[in-house]
Design a protein around this ligand. Structure first.
Ligand SMILES: Nc1ncnc2c1ncn2[C@@H]1O[C@H](COP(=O)(O)OP(=O)(O)OP(=O)(O)O)[C@@H](O)[C@H]1O
Ligand SMILES: [Mg+2]
Length: 335
């Protein structure tokens, strides 16, 4: 039974139908513009609009909807890696609500909480246990999943985006401590993975749309031109007398500063293990010259996610590969 992964981004909605598993077999890849500009419905009007886009995507592509997998945007999720004294599953289950109250800024009666043990120390180890808390407001998740119910979809998976991203990156046990930077239209999610463990997640409301807005203002062009210039010239100093690069640079430098902060934060927490490489994903990391600029500024290895390298089947041309990272990660999830 094929799975259908849907990633509702504020810029585009992505959907991939594939046979799910470690090595998904791709059947169809779709990307459509999100005219609402919102990743989660905020009111009935937005919900209706998103619903009709989703319905059209499913119908027009004759997608099978028995196994629909969704990723919630990090902007509505509160993700936290906490350390606790080693507990049994039962002990943890009864202590988790109290832990969530301390770490998740959502009132208990409104909180929908999921958690996952990331690390459990051995019997004689004197290290704490690490637990991932993922909290969402009930009203948000109800509206989100409700929207899918209304078009006849009962989702099998609803997880937070960063988990999908990290799964798609397939960071192995031999890989150095890695900072994953998922650069979308409205936000940037950063996570550190060390020895295959998620160590830290942070979300910044700063995405590629800001770059387009900046170009509109400083170069005095309209939104669609700005989008074109951004994609065509990016940080290339040889283009347009370097004017586009100059206009984009303040925002890009702010972003680079956030990346540096994440790297330094982790370095200050764990002295032996420092971040050795960065993996970029999200459609926005395709900005010309971006990879090179981040490499220069951070002086470390910078890679770009290529989610389809681990899949079978044909991928259409003209697809923004790093932009499909969330969907592929959802498809790689094994039940
Ligand atoms: N070739 C390119 N060069 C520069 N920017 C690009 C390129 N292709 C896409 N983008 C930008 O990337 C963004 C889209 O990326 P992505 O599809 O990851 O966003 P999204 O998932 O819709 O947004 P979000 O997850 O933040 O809600 C847009 O802002 C778009 O302008
Ligand atoms: Mg996105």
């Amino acid at each position: 039974m094929p799975a259908l992964a849907i990633d509702i981004g504020t810029y585009t909605i992505k959907a991939i139908q594939a046979d799910g598993g470690k090595k998904p077999r791709i059947r169809r890849v779709i990307e459509v513009f999100n005219s609402t500009g919102l990743a989660v419905p905020t009111d009935d009007a937005v919900q209706e609009k998103l619903k009709s886009i989703l319905k059209a995507v499913i119908e027009n592509n004759k997608f099978t909807i028995d196994d629909v997998r969704l990723a919630l945007p990090e902007t509505v999720v509160s993700t936290k890696v906490i350390e606790v004294l080693p507990l049994t599953d039962a002990e943890l289950a009864s202590a988790i609500g109290w832990q969530a109250e301390r770490h998740i800024p959502i009132p208990p009666e409104e909180l929908s909480l999921e958690y996952q043990v990331l690390y459990r120390p051995g019997k004689d180890e004197k290290t704490p246990m690490k637990v991932l808390l993922v909290g969402v407001r009930k009203s948000i998740i109800e509206r989100y999943v409700g929207m899918f119910h209304q078009i006849g979809v009962e989702p099998t998976v609803v997880e937070t985006q960063i988990l999908s991203v990290i799964r798609a990156l397939q960071i192995g046990a031999e890989d150095p401590p890695t900072l994953s930077v998922h650069f979308g239209a409205s936000s940037i999610i950063m996570a550190i993975v060390d020895h295959q463990q998620l160590k830290f997640v942070v979300n910044q409301m700063m995405g590629s749309q800001i770059l387009t807005k900046t170009l509109e203002k400083t170069v005095n062009i309209d939104a669609s031109q700005a989008e074109q210039y951004k994609r065509a010239y990016g940080l290339d100093p040889a283009q347009f007398e370097g004017k586009i690069k100059a206009a984009l640079l303040p925002q890009i430098n702010e972003l680079v500063a956030q990346i540096k902060k994440a790297v330094q934060f982790y370095g200050s927490q764990v002295t032996q293990n420092v971040v050795k490489r960065i993996v970029l994903s999200g459609g926005a990391c395709q900005l010309p010259g971006f990879v090179q600029y981040v490499t220069e500024q951070l002086s470390m290895e910078v890679l770009v996610s290529s989610p389809f390298s681990a899949t079978e089947g044909t991928v259409p041309e003209n697809i923004n590969h790093p932009g499909m990272t969330v969907c592929v990660g959802l498809l790689m999830r094994e039940s």
